[in-house]
Design a protein around this ligand. Structure first.
Ligand code: 8YV
Length: 318
């Protein structure tokens, strides 16, 4: 007998195929389920597992409304700020995430945003598409050099470390700030964010969104960066005070930003449209064929383990 699962979000074809082959699965190929639809499907199907990702909030109200049959909820994401873990734990609901499999592609995209912001990729790309390529003066529309510069990494977890490796490959000097120094890391540790920021030509964020990291990069933090710094965020929008970042871009204090995540996404503050020096992407850092399949498979592996009575591979509480 196959275990019963409801998938609240559209998934890549290979993940859907495996879901259907290994589970008695309810999933829609062409649209996401609303919370009400997901809850109704879980009840109708007497589902034992919920598959979701960071676009689906598993808040306390949703957890309270889950039918008793649901034993595990697997998010296809490494981040879990969309999950009320205390409520899950109180209800005895195992929640799992998908670390490791998305590290490389997320760091690739963060580095891609770093390069694109530094070299004004968005501005030039739009110029060509607008058929507005006119003879350029030697000093016109210049970007900033990346190699030889200092990258400050906030959050030296798996993705932060992968970002450091990429930066070293581009001949950057790497410093990092985290709660603790990482043994064996080939980068200088800055015990305080305030001490690190004035040294960062580039700043990249790789921390989870928590009450402690919310708006950690605010107007005061941005003011500590050197004139002309570049800011990259592929972590969570809420880590940066977006209005303060826009103000720092408008004043020219920050040269450019590369952002994959936004507060309140997929809602998007139209004020960003007036900040052409920024390179903006719609939360796609993990979005490669290979990684999205791997994330889906890892979530299914977690569900299979829990429903078979084995420990979860990636439990968010124990
Ligand atoms: C995904 C993410 O974009 O892993 C995370 O924390 O935010 C992302 O990789 C998202 O969960 C879609 O699957």
């Amino acid at each position: 007998m196959k275990h019963r699962l409801v998938c609240a979000r559209r998934v890549p074809p290979k993940v859907a195929a495996r879901m259907r082959a290994e589970f008695d699965a309810v999933l829609q190929d062409d649209r996401d389920l609303t919370h009400a639809e997901a809850l109704a499907a879980l009840a109708d199907h007497k589902a034992e597992a919920l598959f979701f990702h960071s676009g689906f909030k598993l808040d306390a109200a949703t957890i309270a409304a889950l039918p008793a049959s649901v034993r595990v909820a697997a998010t296809a994401s490494v981040g879990f700020d969309h999950v009320d873990l205390a409520a899950a734990q109180a209800r005895g609901l195992m929640v799992t995430n998908t670390p490791e499999v998305l590290t490389g592609c997320t760091a690739d995209m963060a580095f891609c945003l770093l390069l694109a912001a530094a070299r004004r990729l968005g501005v030039f790309e739009r110029m060509i598409r607008a058929d507005a390529w006119t003879p350029r003066a030697m000093g016109e529309g210049l970007g900033v050099r990346v190699w030889g510069k200092t990258l400050g990494i906030v959050g030296m977890g798996r993705i932060g470390k992968a970002m450091a490796r990429r930066a070293r490959g581009f001949d950057m000097n790497v410093i990092y700030h985290d709660l603790m120094e990482m043994p064996g890391e080939d980068a200088e540790y800055a015990p305080s964010l305030a001490a690190m920021l004035p040294r960062c030509d580039f700043l990249t964020l790789h921390v989870p969104l928590t009450p402690q990291t919310h708006h950690m990069i605010d107007a005061a933090a941005l003011a500590l960066l050197p004139q002309g710094a570049v800011v990259v965020n592929a972590a969570r929008g809420g880590v940066v005070d977006e209005a303060a970042l826009r103000a720092a871009l408008a004043s020219g204090h920050i040269f450019a930003a590369g952002l994959d995540v936004f507060e309140g996404e997929p809602r998007f503050d139209a004020a960003w449209i007036d900040r052409p020096e920024s390179v903006l992407t719609p939360h796609v850092a993990s979005g490669t064929f290979e990684t999205r399949d791997a994330m889906g498979f890892r979530a299914l592996d977690n569900i299979a383990a829990v429903l078979a009575g084995r420990p979860a591979i990636d439990p968010l509480w124990s």
